[in-house]
Design a protein around this ligand. Structure first.
Ligand code: S6P
Ligand code: ZN
Length: 193
């Protein structure tokens, strides 16, 4: 007999993207993303205030990390910038690189930036109702380019895992910044393959 998981549902709040009954909520502050924003001086200047950049509401943290199991969560990124760069998530590859993921836009306006380990970049716009596929082996980060919260649902294999190292070290080949009041995607001058 297989080991059965008891089915369950959780309400997702479509006003703000939270899961009010989530058993686990991660809060990520600027200090958790130290060194990731391209303007180091702007980052240092904001560090004393240490704003909350985003929350991850984990619907199913107890689902075992076994082949075939799924987990889901919502991510709520608050609006703001470090220098001219919009608030974003840390970004990761899946430690188990062959694992894909689905994102579904819930609230606000964002971008999903993806990158292969060879440096190919792909950027998709995320708004409420947009479903995005993160295929296997693509690193991924989300960015709030709006003036309110940006939130999305993520569904992913429980054994996907997280590899934050490569992105923490090298970042993405493109940066998303605001110039003269408009969103722009520019090459990351520090990026090397
Ligand atoms: C998990 C999925 C998301 C992110 C979340 C925060 O595979 O991609 O739930 O974990 O959006 O991003 P990060 O990069 O801080 O884990
Ligand atoms: Zn992921």
């Amino acid at each position: 007999m297989p080991e059965y998981i008891t089915p369950f549902t959780r309400q997702v709040d479509l006003q703000n993207g939270t899961i009010p009954t989530a058993p686990l909520v991660h809060k990520r502050y600027l200090s958790d993303l130290k060194g990731l924003f391209h303007d180091a001086a702007a980052e240092a200047a904001m560090m004393a205030a240490n704003p909350l950049l985003y929350e991850v509401h984990e619907a199913s943290p107890d689902i075992p990390m076994d082949d075939g199991q799924l987990r889901y969560s919502t991510t709520v990124i608050f609006p703001g910038k470090v220098g001219d760069e919009y608030f974003f998530t840390k970004g990761h590859y899946h430690a188990n690189g062959s694992r894909a993921e689905i994102y579904y836009g819930l609230v606000g306006e964002g971008l999903l930036i993806m990158q292969t380990r060879e440096g190919e970049v792909n950027i998709q716009r995320m708004t409420p109702g947009v479903a995005a596929l993160v295929p296997p082996y693509w690193g991924h980060r989300t960015i709030n380019i709006g003036t309110g919260n940006f939130a999305f649902l993520a569904v992913y294999p429980a054994d996907a895992g997280y590899d934050y190292g490569a992105i923490a070290e090298k970042g993405f080949a493109s940066l998303v910044v605001e110039r003269a009041g408009k969103m722009e995607v520019i090459p990351n001058p520090l990026w090397q393959r």
